[in-house]
Design a protein around this ligand. Structure first.
Ligand code: 13P
Length: 250
């Protein structure tokens, strides 16, 4: 059985005080349950937020990292630095990093290997743009991102990875994929896990959906057989709406 996993991606929002207060609000109301929960504050607030999440049922995630272990890479952060800040997870290949910052599948792949080698759980994002969907290329785009971003992993390594399917057109737009649209891509991803790895890996890997997830649409999305959780942006910035999505996963 795959444990449902809800993660909040705070992106480049919050002041330090807001980040700490948001984390406190979530931690104080989120006890240990069958749902796995994580929050991903901006990297500069990871240390402050880790003081809040320490010993709680809420895990800490980074939003990005660099693949090199250490050295002259001005402005970058390594996997071991994230571990040092008590991170358990790192979001990799988010569409904003792919489309705004120019990250390629090869970049994401190097980061996935470095994260796994260090003992972090990578949350690897894939997803098509609106133009790609309208051209009928969703399946091939997602397959290419899967193959490129997850190349060269052993079965054991792949079993530890979390995949997030985030259609770019649904991110921050209020335009959520229908449960059928999302489930179709999640089922394709599950099939890829089986053909590229094996049926045990396919059965183990959690695939989150991301893109305008809200408390009122979460239950139907999470009720699909191949949707194992959510990667939440906007609705993770309010305690009530984030907890509402976690409640919908139960
Ligand atoms: P929204 O939930 O704001 O659409 O963002 C989704 C997302 O990008 C999470 O990583």
């Amino acid at each position: 059985m795959r444990r449902p996993f809800i993660a909040g991606n705070w992106k480049m929002t919050q002041s330090r005080a807001e980040a700490v207060a948001l984390a406190q609000g979530i931690v104080s109301q989120q006890g240990k349950t069958e749902i796995e929960v994580a929050i991903a504050p901006p990297s500069v607030y990871l240390d402050a937020v880790s003081q809040v999440t320490k010993g709680s049922a809420v895990g800490l995630s980074a939003q990005n990292m660099y693949h090199e272990a250490n050295g002259a890479f001005t402005g970058e952060i390594s996997a071991s630095m994230l571990l040092d800040l008590s991170c358990k997870y790192v979001i990799l290949g988010h569409s904003e990093r792919r489309h705004i910052l120019g990250e390629t599948d090869a970049d994401v792949n190097r980061k996935v290997h470095a994260a796994l080698a260090a003992g972090l759980v990578p949350i690897v994002c894939v997803g098509e743009t609106l133009a790609e969907r309208e051209a009928g290329n969703t399946k091939s785009v997602v397959q290419q991102q899967f193959d490129g971003s997850l190349a060269g992993l052993s079965n054991e390594q792949m079993s530890d990875v979390v995949i997030a399917y985030e259609p770019v057109w649904a991110i921050g737009t209020g335009k959520v994929a229908t449960p059928d649209q999302a489930e179709e891509v999640h089922a394709d991803l599950r099939k890829l896990l089986e053909t590229r790895y094996n049926s045990n890996v396919a059965a183990a890997v959690r695939i989150q959906y991301g893109g305008s997830v809200k408390p009122d649409n979460a239950a139907e999305l999470l009720g699909q057989p191949n949707i194992d959780g959510a990667l939440v942006g906007g609705a993770s910035l309010k305690v009530d709406s984030f907890l509402g999505i976690i409640a919908a996963a139960k």
